[in-house]
Design a protein around this ligand. Structure first.
Ligand SMILES: [Zn+2]
Length: 157
């Protein structure tokens, strides 16, 4: 009887310590600014996408039809994110890439549409970019990085 009680106490204590360890750790980015500063610096659409995770209407970005050689940068902090060579026409109405530049992107899971999607954001400033899906070109990576043009800045070579 007594040992059972002790065991229960031990498991309660263990559970509690697990709980405190499971506290959500906020991501920390190299570029962090107060929301009011982002709002001043960005266009209204770029702010809504990058900072509020909105999605631009399909076919609304002129970058959708941008196929010159160059680099797509984060519209928030300017970090290089995608090489133009990785861009392809997915027919979705959003700029699409089969791979990002190395270490440029960080990922999370969102359930905004009621099912799990892999959200992607700039690893340097945390700005929301879009989502990644596993229905990209099979002959390369098989991945489709579906990115809001409003979150990007294109710099031609
Ligand atoms: Zn950024």
């Amino acid at each position: 009887m007594r040992s059972t009680l002790i065991l229960s106490l031990v498991s309660i204590l263990t559970l509690n310590s697990c709980d405190s360890k499971a506290q959500k750790k906020e991501e920390v980015f190299a570029v962090e600014k107060p929301d009011s500063v982002w709002q001043k610096e960005l266009s209204p659409m770029a702010y809504r996408v990058l900072r509020k995770a909105a999605t631009e209407p399909p076919n609304s970005s002129k970058l959708n039809r941008e196929y010159r050689p160059g680099t797509f940068h984060c519209g928030g902090c300017g970090a290089p994110l995608f090489d133009a060579a990785s861009k392809f026409d997915s027919g979705s109405g959003w700029p699409s890439f089969d791979r990002p530049l190395q270490n440029a992107i960080a990922y999370s899971t969102d359930y905004d549409l009621g099912y799990a999607r892999t959200e992607e954001h700039c690893a340097n400033c945390g700005g929301h970019l879009g989502h990644v899906f596993a229905d990209g070109p099979r002959e390369t990576t098989g991945m489709r990085h579906c990115i809001n043009g409003a979150a990007l800045k294109f710099i031609p070579k």
